[in-house]
Design a protein around this ligand. Structure first.
Ligand code: AMP
Length: 254
């Protein structure tokens, strides 16, 4: 795997690369959810680029950014094992030469669900994704439905701004007990991990009302940020030991 730290070196190299390129954008602390996107990209493209950049502008809380897990050595080992072609590790200065004075904003769908409680979160996400799409120069970009609102906003941004890269949504990868894989799961205590399992299964129950499920969660010391149904899907965000965990799934039609 060829590793690039300089975006201009990558861009120069990219211009001389023949064939199709797929890109997978991540914030590191990689797990099988991330690796499923890399595998899909490898299946559908001649080359695959993975990016790792913990994007500060999408964090609404400083402590959340400071505590975000970093596992670069094992990320590189995992990507090498999958025979990922390229890895880009840019720094803040290169990604934000404007010091974040230029932003990509969306004014409707970004204001609900995660956008309602994490002020400015999606401005940061859309801005960094726009930059990374321009830097990557890929034919296809892969995003997980684990972050469904994010995926939807990116797809619509690409349409609205005539971006050439095709935006592809990928299935959520879950642990055996149904908990959606997330870099944040490694921050859970042993008891927190048990509560996370309870949460992942409780929200899937479609015979109870959302209010019933919410009180069940709250009674188990799980703080509910939101539990809502929109566009035929159920969306949830909770705090367990201060760790924010999101999930979503399509509702059964019957
Ligand atoms: P992150 O590093 O959390 O920003 O995630 C990078 C990409 O991996 C995003 O497109 C996520 O939606 C995707 N991703 C994270 N967790 C999962 C998962 N459990 N299943 C599928 N995709 C995921």
């Amino acid at each position: 795997m060829k590793i690039f730290k300089d975006i201009y070196e990558w861009k120069k190299f990219r211009n001389s690369l023949p064939g199709s390129l797929g890109v997978v954008m991540t914030m590191g602390a990689l797990h099988d959810g991330h690796y499923s996107l890399v595998k899909r990209s490898k299946d559908e493209n001649d080359y695959t680029l993975c990016t790792i950049f913990v994007n500060p502008t999408q964090f609404d809380r400083r402590d959340d950014l400071d505590n975000y897990p970093v596992t670069l050595d094992s990320d590189i080992a995992g990507l090498e094992k999958l025979e990922t072609d390229f890895l880009l590790l840019p720094n803040f200065k290169q990604i934000y030469p404007d010091n974040y004075t230029y932003k990509v904003c969306e004014s409707e769908f970004s204001k609900i669900l995660c956008g309602a409680s994490r002020k400015g979160h999606f401005d940061g996400v859309l801005t960094v994704v726009m930059k990374l799409l321009n830097i990557a120069g890929a034919r296809r970009a892969y995003f997980g439905e684990k972050d469904y609102q994010q995926y939807h906003l990116i797809r619509k941004m690409a349409e609205a701004l005539f971006i050439d890269t095709e935006i592809i949504g990928c299935d959520i990868v879950r642990e055996k007990d149904n908990l959606a894989m997330s870099s944040r799961n490694m921050k859970l205590t042993e008891n927190g991990r048990k509560l996370a399992s309870f949460y992942a299964n409780a929200i899937r129950c479609q015979s109870k009302s959302l209010d019933e499920i919410k009180s069940e969660l709250e009674n188990n010391a799980i703080k509910v940020d939101y539990l809502e149904e929109r566009f035929g899907r159920r969306f949830a965000a909770v705090f367990i030991n201060g760790v924010r965990l999101i999930d979503n799934f399509p509702l059964n039609k019957d």
